[in-house]
Ligand binder design. Sequence first.
Ligand code: KG4
Ligand code: ZN
Length: 333
Amino acid sequence: MILSIESSCDDSAIAITKIDTNELLFHKKISQEVEHSVYGGVVPELAARLHIEALPKILEECKPYFKDLKAIAVTSAPGLSVTLMEGVTMAKALSLSLDLPLISVNHLKGHIYSLFIEKESKLPVTTLLVSGGHTQIIEVQSLTDMKIVGSTSDDSFGESFDKVAKMLGLGYPGGPVVQEYSQKGDKNRFELPIPLRQSPNIEFSYSGLKNAVRVLIIKLEKDGELTQQDKYDICACFQKTAVAHIIMKLKKYFKQVQPTRFAIVGGASANLHLRKEIDILLKAFRCDELLLAELKYCSDNAAMIGRIAVEQYKQNDFVHINEIDITPKVKVL
Ligand code: KG4
Ligand code: ZN
């Protein structure tokens, strides 16, 4: 079995995964959404302090598995340095005290393997990763051959939902609440600009759309406080445009490359409007296999870290405790 730890942002999680069957024997996650909600986003220092409390609590429940462990895996990048440090320190301590090898896991690759929790992997697969930190199209050939073919030059898809929610005073994380508000709104009431519409490049940008929402809110507030219906309508128009941007760029990609298998991963892959629009796009391009992670494994978790760690274990991909490097890198995959 492998014990895996995730602490790259605001979720403290530990999993135990069986190496020969991929079976998930234990998974527990303690989220910090409530604590960060008042700030409208994750406060790194607070997140680190909460990991210090949560991780040992979860680890206590893992003790019965200690005797069967073959390796310790931990997310080492990308993420917030101060929070990654908490998981990495715990992993190093476990590796030393239990005399087990250490596996260093890339969080983004972990999201990709969320597709294969308790399953065999199915590769190659072109993957759209949409999370709070990333918006990327990744061509995944194998565990060690993954290529980013499109990414965002500023904010990410999930982050733009968080920012819009913050502007409307809806708390954090923004994705689920903006999606819920959108369902009650008129998606045609306001015209918002689809980012990079004229650009031939396969790249994303969300800062302009975020600013357009900010300007719209200021304009509406000139006539008095926003009504509940105004908020519903703003969310609906924003969500429609944010998804339209992704679909437009994916269309460009599909015209160049005709993938037969496609996947959506990351916290924001839970977005129902995005899922529906991608489904339509795949049908139009005769791509008949869409892989999705179970909803509970779309957001950050340790089960996906354990699942990819099984593959790394089989390839003897271990690191010495002095080799784990959590410093931010230009090359993220
Ligand atoms: O993957 P994740 O848990 O953390 C990162 O690695 O960033 O993703 C969290 C992000 C947040 O920005 C959150 O607002 C967004 O995913 N999210 C959504 C939805 N559910 C979560 N965004 C849009 N629609 C949703 N339904
Ligand atoms: Zn993530």
